[in-house]
Ligand binder design. Structure first.
Ligand code: ATP
Ligand code: MG
Length: 471
């Protein structure tokens, strides 16, 4: 079968010409071919494999291009990369690989196209299209990858036990592709992953997290997390989630399975937001429930303070996985910490002051917090479902109403510390803090509007009340 339409971008003709001038065979391989055949569009990162030096081919391609792009050469890997518009071309010489048990870095020698296809992780990633003029667009599919694409199956070209043991990152990749593409992992692969799960320990945290991000960014992330669970990989990666699994029953009282609940919440939120960190917040919002779980004879199961405990756990988890300990982490912590606040509000009649406090505490992130809490509704009771949703709608409306009037979201004290000092002729002292706090409280309680005149008047009265006299 010929697939020249996959190669309609003029860059492929240039690569073709360069290869022919060098007398070298070359192919586009991997994700680009797979995504084209899946009609997922044409990927912007293109992998070219040369039967010969990939670096030489890259330099020749650059020389033929009008703009003469710079070629980045990675000599140790025998690869070269160049950018052409929004396309990133990666060149590598075909290679044959053999592995040692304690490392995912193989011993590499030059090889044929077949050798190179053998070392690919999955049949659907081993598809190659020829680029030379005499067979431009010819598909080379030694492992029936096309049929696996049709059957929606993740399968390894070689024996799965060896494939996953050689490079255990492939276990994560298998699960990630199954999630992204909505494919099934073939049974022998699934078994091999389960058998080799402890080999994940030789993979760097950064690579694992890359795959987790991709799983979380998929349409239905629960596919990936339940596969991680089923294969036994999850305890090595996110034991905090594993600890949420299970239902305990004492004296006829049961609590829900917070692991499966969490996965539902993640799927829910993925329908309404692409914000990766908000999705992380959904994944971690209940992790504090395992260490705080208690049974009380009168009230049943409680998870007191799980939001606070959970937000502390977020820091440890990010640190362990070498994720950035920056504003993204703080955002996730804040979402976890506040994850029950809107729920409490929506269960009852939400007063203006309660809504103002929510907006004050959540600040810029109040919308994200509402999105998280709405995703948290997983009750199967349609009546309850409708009631919760409606209550959240009311809270959202109130947030807008209160915000229009009081501008709490980016709260700035309407009277500055300097002005308080000048008014009462004070040096920096604790009285200033007391007055500022009192003004803020009065605004949040709705005693005064968030305006300068009202706040100034309030300040004078409060100052006098604590024994100060205006200058
Ligand atoms: P995407 O870019 O959408 O994540 P991809 O298939 O292009 O998917 P890359 O990580 O860009 O994935 O890798 C490019 C190709 O290199 C793959 O299609 C596969 O053939 C091969 N490959 C990547 N990682 C491995 C691995 N760990 N083991 C074997 N082959 C791999
Ligand atoms: Mg790619």
């Amino acid at each position: 079968m010929n697939h020249t339409q996959a190669l309609s971008n003029p860059i492929f003709k240039i690569v073709s010409q360069a290869a022919d001038e060098l007398g070298m065979d070359c192919y586009v391989i991997g994700g680009f071919v797979r995504d084209f055949l899946l009609e997922r569009g044409t990927a912007k990162d293109i992998d070219i494999v040369a039967i010969g030096s990939g670096i030489e081919l890259a330099k020749k391609v650059a020389a033929l291009l009008k703009k003469k792009p710079q070629v980045s050469v990675f000599k140790n890997f025998g690869t070269a990369m160049l950018r052409h518009g929004d396309i990133e071309l990666e060149f590598v010489g075909a290679r044959k690989e053999s592995y040692h048990r304690d490392s995912r870095k193989p011993v590499v020698e030059d090889g044929t196209l077949a050798d190179d296809q053998n070392r690919r992780d999955f049949t659907i990633n081993a598809l190659a299209l020829s680029l030379n003029a005499d067979n431009f667009g010819e598909l080379l599919d030694p492992f029936d990858g096309v049929s696996d694409l049709k059957k929606k199956i993740i399968r390894t070209p070689l024996e799965p036990g060896i494939t996953y043991s050689d490079d255990p990152l492939r276990m994560m990749r298998a699960i990630r592709f199954a999630t992204q593409l909505n494919f099934k992992i073939e049974q022998n692969s699934l078994l091999a992953i389960t058998e080799n799960k402890d080999r994940i320990t030789i993979i760097s945290k950064e690579r694992i997290v890359d795959e987790l991000h991709k799983i979380l960014a998929s349409n239905v992330p629960s596919t990936g997390f339940s596969l991680l669970h089923k294969t036994g990989l999850l305890p090595y990666i996110l034991p905090e989630l594993v600890a949420l699994q299970g239902i305990e029953e004492i004296e006829g009282q049961r609590h829900k399975d917070n692991f499966w609940h969490t996965l539902e919440v993640v799927d829910n939120i993925s329908k309404t937001t692409d914000n990766l960190w908000l999705r992380w917040a959904a994944l971690l919002h209940d992790i504090g429930k395992a260490p705080t779980k208690k049974f009380h004879k009168k009230i049943g199961w409680t998870f007191h303070g799980h939001e606070f405990v959970g937000s502390k756990m977020v820091y440890k988890l990010f640190k362990r996985l070498r994720m950035p300990l920056n504003d993204k982490m703080k955002f996730v912590q804040k979402m976890v910490l506040m994850s029950s606040r809107p729920i409490v509000l929506s269960e009852d009649y939400a007063t203006d002051s309660a809504v103002r406090r929510l907006v004050f505490d959540a600040g810029e992130n109040v919308e994200d917090l509402m999105t998280l809490c709405e995703a948290d509704i997983t009750t199967k009771n349609p009546k309850k479902q409708r009631r919760y949703k409606n209550n959240f709608k009311i809270v959202r409306e109130k947030i807008i109403e209160v915000e229009e009037r009081d501008h709490i979201r980016k709260f700035q004290p309407p009277v500055s510390g300097e002005e308080i000092m000048a008014t009462f002729n004070l040096k920096p002292s604790k009285e200033i803090g007391i007055i500022k706090e009192a003004i803020k409280e009065a605004i949040l309680e709705g005693e005064i509007p968030n305006e300068y005149e009202a706040a100034k008047e309030f300040m004078l009265a409060k100052g006098k009340a604590i024994g100060l006299t205006p200058a």
